[in-house]
Design a protein around this ligand. Structure first.
Ligand SMILES: [Mn+2]
Length: 336
């Protein structure tokens, strides 16, 4: 077996804690994506299979495009831990969630007797768990979840494999982003050998847009502009969602469309929200997404990050544009 695929250390404590618990509370992050939901769905199915009481929820609504994931109908939006009767037999599992601020609002007031398992792949993870398993070399949280479940050795239902595949494929851009490694492909190979159909999954994940979502995408793409020859920008206003009838979660992959532009190595996508503008950033060049996000109090990966700006939309776009161009010029002149 390839050395890079050896089972990582550190899973045994997690297995013991999860085995001993009678209740699993599984948390997905704000604006949950395919990785957060796929990883959580896998855990939820395994928990039920093992006879645990399973609660799965998060701070936001469940995006309809991921309703094909097992257990999603039981997802609890706006979940408050204080509304649950936690005991020392409860364990909380936070997936794909780099910071406390990206989880349910009362994560901080967890009773001391309750274990909090933090499983993630973001390099800027705050290590807020009582137990932390954070592997920034992993393409996705789903990749870690697979290695973990494999190490545990329990029989896995096809729904679990499909959920892990969803996490993997969405977070590594269908195995095209730079976070994709040989191990990512080996995990995918195991999932396929276990019965997952990539064509069926592609249909479920990618070919399930609603007409309002397609029209929303058209609105966003029609506004795209390129600054400095390398950075693409576009935005959506609150009324664009109302006018097209699209739900807000329909924007998940929109920023990636901007990177399809020739010579563009940086993309920023702005969405007007209540009292702020949410920004998704993508990079494959010298200006990293995470470094820009951090300037505005956000975070993420070098190639994919996000932040919120408490500004009117046009100011948010302008501030971001000038910062990104400035950084780009600095890098070019220091490389000379
Ligand atoms: Mn992820």
């Amino acid at each position: 077996m390839n050395a890079s695929y050896a089972s990582p250390d550190g899973f045994s404590a997690f297995i013991r804690i999860l085995s001993d618990a009678s209740e699993w509370i599984i948390l997905s992050h704000v604006k949950p994506d395919g990785d957060a939901l796929g990883s959580a769905s896998a855990f939820a199915t395994v928990g039920r299979q093992l006879g645990k009481t399973v609660v799965w929820g998060g701070p936001d609504e469940y995006p309809s495009r991921y309703l094909f994931l097992a257990g999603s109908v039981a997802f609890r939006p706006n979940l408050k831990l204080s509304s649950l009767r936690l005991s020392e037999k409860s364990v909380v599992i936070a997936l794909d969630t780099s910071t406390r601020a990206r989880s349910v609002e009362d994560l901080d007031v967890l009773p001391g007797s309750v274990r909090l398992l933090n499983i993630d792949h973001h390099a800027d993870n705050e290590m807020y768990g009582t137990e932390n398993y954070v592997d920034p070399a992993s393409s996705s949280t789903g990749e870690i979840v697979w290695l973990f479940l494999r190490e545990w050795g329990i029989p896995l239902q096809i729904e679990v494999l499909e959920a892990v595949y969803t996490a993997l494929a969405t977070d590594c851009g269908n195995f095209a982003f730079s976070c994709t490694t040989g191990r990512t492909h080996r995990v995918a190979a195991e999932l396929l050998e276990g019965g997952v159909s990539p064509a069926k999954m592609d249909e479920l994940i990618r070919c399930n847009a609603t007409l309002p979502a397609l029209r929303l995408r058209a609105v966003a793409l029609s506004r795209a502009f390129v600054a400095g020859g390398f950075a693409a920008f576009t935005w959506l206003r609150h009324e664009d969602f109302l006018r097209t009838g699209s739900e807000r979660s329909a924007t998940e992959f929109l920023v990636n469309d901007l990177l399809a532009l020739k010579d563009v190595s940086f993309a920023a996508f702005f969405v007007e929200d209540e009292e702020c503008v949410r920004v998704s950033l993508r990079s494959r060049g010298v200006v990293q997404a995470a470094e820009i996000a951090r300037v505005f109090g956000g975070g993420g990966h070098p190639q994919a990050a996000g932040c919120r700006l408490p500004l009117p939309l046009s100011d948010a776009v302008e501030n971001m544009r000038s910062l990104v161009e400035e950084r780009y010029d600095e890098r070019l002149s220091s490389a000379e």
